[in-house]
Design a protein around this ligand. Structure first.
Ligand code: KG4
Ligand code: ZN
Length: 365
C-alpha cells in the first residue's frame, strides 16, 4: 500500500495516556487530525517518581475517554481508519497492556489490522512528524527512560551506537531534584535553579568521558551530587550552584559523546548530516544550545522536534504504524502479538551485549 493512510495511535508505556489520529500521504507529508496527551504527573509527584501500579490503574481509568475524545475531535469514526497502532513495548508492562489491549479491541471491532509498535521506533521517527527529515540521521534519544545514540538508516533499520550503561540522563535529573526536595519531574526544576547558580562551584565527575566509544553513564554523577547534599546543609545559593554544576556535567557528557557520534556517523555517510535530539531532556536549553554548537562545528544540522513530540505522545506511534503500513510491512491481524516489556530497537547489538540496551530503563521503567 502506498496511498494515504489514516491511523489511530495509542501510547501508554509510562506516565502519559495519549491518543492521536494521523493521516500520512504517499509523499510522506503528515497531518495530525487530533491528539491528546493526558499526563499523570500529579498522581506520581508525591512519590518523586513514576509508580508502575499507579500508572497502570490510571491508564485503565482514562484510556477509553482519551481515545473517544481524540477520535471525536478528528471528526472521524473507527470505520474511517486504515488501522489501529499502539505501543506494545518497551515500557511499564501494566500500562503497555492497557493500551495494547484497548487497541486490539478497537481494531477487532472495526475489522482493521492492529499494529504493535515499538515505543522507541516512535521516538526514532518523531522528527518526521513535523518536517522533511530523510534517512539517514543520527538520533540522540535522551529522556527519563532512555539515553542512547541510534543510527537511523531507514524504517526498521536502527543501529545502536552507544547507550547509557546505567541510568538515563532524565532519571539523574529526577533523582537530584528528589534529593533536594524541589519537585517532580526534576529536569525543569533543576534547570530553573541552575539559572542562578555557578556551574564551576562543585567539581562533579564526567563518567566515561575519557574512555573511547559512545557509551554514557550517569549513576556516578547522580551519587556524587547526592553526596554533596548529605555532607553539609545547602542554602539557596548552594542548591542553585549544585544544580548548575550538575547540569554542566550532564551537558558536557552529552556534548562530547555527540561530537564523537557525529564524527563516526559522518565517516560512514555522504551528504547533509542531520542530528536529531528527542526525549524530555531535549527541553533543557543549556543542553540544546550545546548540541546545536556541536552540530554546527561538525557541519551538521540539529533537528529538535517540538517539545510535545519529544516527550511521550501518540502521534509518533501512529506515524510509525502509518510508515509501516505504507511500506507494506504489515502482515496479519496483529492480534496475536504479546506485549514486550523489553524490546530493543537494535536486537543484534542487544543480543551481542545483553547487559544494556534492552529498551526502556531507569526510574521510569
Ligand atoms: O520523554 P519523557 O517525557 O519521558 C520518558 O522518559 O519517556 O522525559 C521525561 C524526562 C524526565 O526525567 C524529566 O526530568 C526530563 O525528561 N526533563 C528534563 C527537562 N524537562 C524534562 N531534563 C532536563 N531539563 C529539562 N528542562
Ligand atoms: Zn519515551
Amino acid at each position: 500500500m502506498s496511498d494515504t493512510v489514516t491511523l489511530l495511535g495509542i501510547e501508554t508505556s509510562c506516565d502519559e495516556t495519549a491518543a492521536a489520529v494521523l493521516r500520512r500521504r504517499a509523499d510522506g507529508r503528515v497531518d495530525i487530525l487530533a491528539e491528546t496527551v493526558h499526563s499523570q504527573i500529579e498522581e506520581h509527584a508525591p512519590y518523586g517518581g513514576v509508580v508502575p501500579e499507579i500508572a497502570a490503574r490510571a491508564h485503565a481509568d482514562i484510556a477509553d475517554a482519551v481515545i473517544e475524545r481524540t477520535l471525536g475531535e478528528s471528526g472521524l469514526r473507527l470505520a474511517d481508519l486504515d488501522a489501529v497502532a499502539a505501543t506494545s513495548g518497551p515500557g511499564l508492562i501494566g500500562g503497555v497492556m492497557v493500551g495494547m489491549m484497548t487497541g486490539k479491541a478497537l481494531a477487532l471491532a472495526a475489522g482493521k489490522p492492529f499494529l504493535p509498535i515499538n515505543h522507541l521506533e516512535g521516538h526514532a521517527l518523531s522528527p518526521r512528524l513535523a518536517e522533511d527529515c530523510p534517512f539517514p540521521y543520527l538520533l540522540l534519544l535522551v529522556s527519563g527512560g532512555h539515553c542512547q545514540f541510534l543510527e537511523v538508516t531507514g524504517l526498521g533499520a536502527y543501529r545502536r551506537l552507544g547507550s547509557t550503561i546505567d541510568d538515563a540522563a532524565g532519571e539523574a535529573f529526577d533523582k537530584l531534584a528528589k534529593t533536594l526536595g524541589i519537585g517532580f519531574p526534576g529536569g525543569p526544576a533543576v534547570e530553573r535553579l541552575a539559572r542562578d547558580g555557578d556551574p564551576r562551584k562543585f567539581a562533579l565527575p564526567r563518567p566515561l568521558l575519557n574512555r573511547p566509544g559512545l557509551d554514557l553513564s550517569f549513576a556516578g554523577l547522580k551519587t556524587a551530587a547526592a553526596r554533596v547534599v548529605e555532607q553539609a546543609p545547602l542554602d539557596d545559593q548552594g542548591r542553585a550552584d549544585l544544580c548548575a554544576s550538575f547540569q554542566a556535567a550532564v551537558t558536557e557528557c552529552l556534548a562530547v559523546k555527540t561530537e564523537r557520534a557525529l564524527q563516526d556517523f559522518t565517516s560512514r555517510h555522504d551528504g547533509a548530516v542531520r542530528l536529531v535530539v528527542a526525549g524530555g531532556v531535549a527541553a533543557n536549553q543549556t543542553i540544546r544550545a550545546a548540541l546545536d554548537e556541536v552540530a554546527r562545528s561538525a557541519g551538521a544540522t540539529l533537528i529538535a522536534p517540538p517539545l510535545r513530540h519529544c516527550t511521550d505522545n501518540a502521534a509518533m506511534i501512529a506515524l510509525a504504524g502509518a510508515e509501516r503500513l505504507a511500506a507494506g510491512l504489515v502482515t496479519g491481524s496483529g492480534l496475536d502479538f504479546a506485549a514486550r516489556p523489553r524490546w530493543p530497537l537494535d536486537e543484534a547489538s542487544a543480543q551481542a551485549d545483553p547487559a544494556y540496551g534492552g529498551g526502556k530503563k531507569g526510574a521510569k521503567a
